[in-house]
Write a protein that binds this ligand. Structure first.
Ligand code: FES
Length: 349
């Protein structure tokens, strides 16, 4: 935690309307939108005796009032009010401790850094990936659904598992409907005719997709910097079938598309950052994943599904379609225990 999560840029979520909290290891952080619409981050710790200032994951607040002795802070962290501290007390020395914060791709995705001096490569990453992500206009989206999953494993296992799709056909057969496992680069040796035909189909789709993306002005080539402190990789991936979304029928879930997209067939932009996040951006919705270590053998994985801010549930999108299939024993949010019948075309599982 000291060497990575307290030094690197950490993805913590999407911009709140007002206030959100997050905990990085033992460090509670408060993220707040001011009346000037700027987003700022502070240690969620009162400068008097260290009480937690905002409890709960979200809040609507004006000034920040400590519940212990009433010290009151403004939205830019300055200490307004501290009763009975005597004439020599200097309010200006007791403002909230700021935390570095950046938003990515024309705002929307929030990263914080707890180090005194943040790695200076964030801006280079932002410059490289903004042309890929910005067309999806995440700043004008809203969270349609959010859920937390506690995995009984180390954070590195979560991230490593995410970086390969070798296991997808066995463990997430529904993912191999829109995503072709051959798009992830494993050797096509030793395969049967069924899979050989699948690869040929994928490559044909890829050629068409490159031309389609270029025509829409969407960058698609792999873009990565794995040796940076803020390591990242992004690439547009062809989606099979209708190519519109990560759904079982590969069609859009939300009728109201993100941004001002007219064409639902944009396939999917995949993005990943070290050490704790990955994302999928489609025409109709986007999915963000944040993982946070809770201990050496427990990891929080928080998933947000984003739709256009004007999309209306029941009219434009159906939450039943946006929510992944979850096993009965997973401690998730809304949707927990919902199981969908699914039969993999190749394995019959
Ligand atoms: S701990 Fe916050 S006012 Fe005392």
């Amino acid at each position: 935690m000291d060497l990575i999560f307290h030094r690197h840029w950490i993805f913590v979520g999407v911009e709140p309307d007002d206030c959100m909290t997050v905990k990085v290891g033992a460090s509670p952080v408060l993220i707040l939108r001011g009346e000037d619409m700027e987003i700022r981050a502070f240690h969620n710790v009162c400068r008097h005796r260290g009480a937690r200032l905002v409890t709960g994951p979200k809040a609507t607040i004006g000034n920040i009032v400590c519940a212990y002795h009433g010290w009151t802070y403004g939205e830019t962290g300055e200490l307004f009010f501290a009763e009975h501290m005597g004439p020599d007390f200097d309010h200006s020395c007791h403002g909230l401790k700021p935390v570095h914060l950046r938003t990515l791709a024309l705002a929307g995705l929030i990263f914080i850094c707890l180090a005194e001096e943040a790695p200076d490569d964030f801006d280079r990453m932002a410059e490289a990936v903004t042309p890929y992500i910005a067309p999806h206009d995440i700043a004008n989206s809203k969270v349609a659904y959010s859920y937390d999953l506690i995995e009984d494993g180390n954070r590195k296992l979560t991230m490593e598992n995410n970086r390969e799709c070798y296991h997808c056909a066995i463990n997430h057969p529904e993912l191999t409907v829109p995503l072709q496992e051959y798009g992830f680069g494993f050797s096509p040796d030793d395969i049967d005719d069924y899979r050989r035909a699948d690869i040929a189909k994928y490559q044909a789709e890829l050629e068409v997709a490159y031309a389609r993306w270029a025509g829409l002005g969407l960058p698609s080539d792999e873009c990565e910097a794995l040796d940076n402190t803020t390591g990242y990789r992004t690439r547009r991936l062809v989606l099979m079938g209708a190519g519109e979304s990560h759904t079982l029928d590969t069609r859009r879930d939300s009728k109201k598309l993100l941004s001002n997209f007219k064409d639902a067939r944009l396939d999917g932009l995949s993005f990943w950052t070290h050490p704790n996040s990955w994302y999928h951006f489609m025409a109709d919705h986007a999915v963000t994943f944040m993982c946070m270590p809770l201990g050496p053998d427990r990891t929080l994985v928080r998933t947000n599904r984003l739709v256009h801010k004007d999309a209306v549930e029941g009219r434009d999108y159906d939450l039943e379609n946006l929510i992944p299939r979850l096993d009965d024993d997973q401690p998730a949010g809304r949707g927990s225990g919902r199981a969908r019948p699914y039969r993999h075309r190749a394995t019959g599982l």
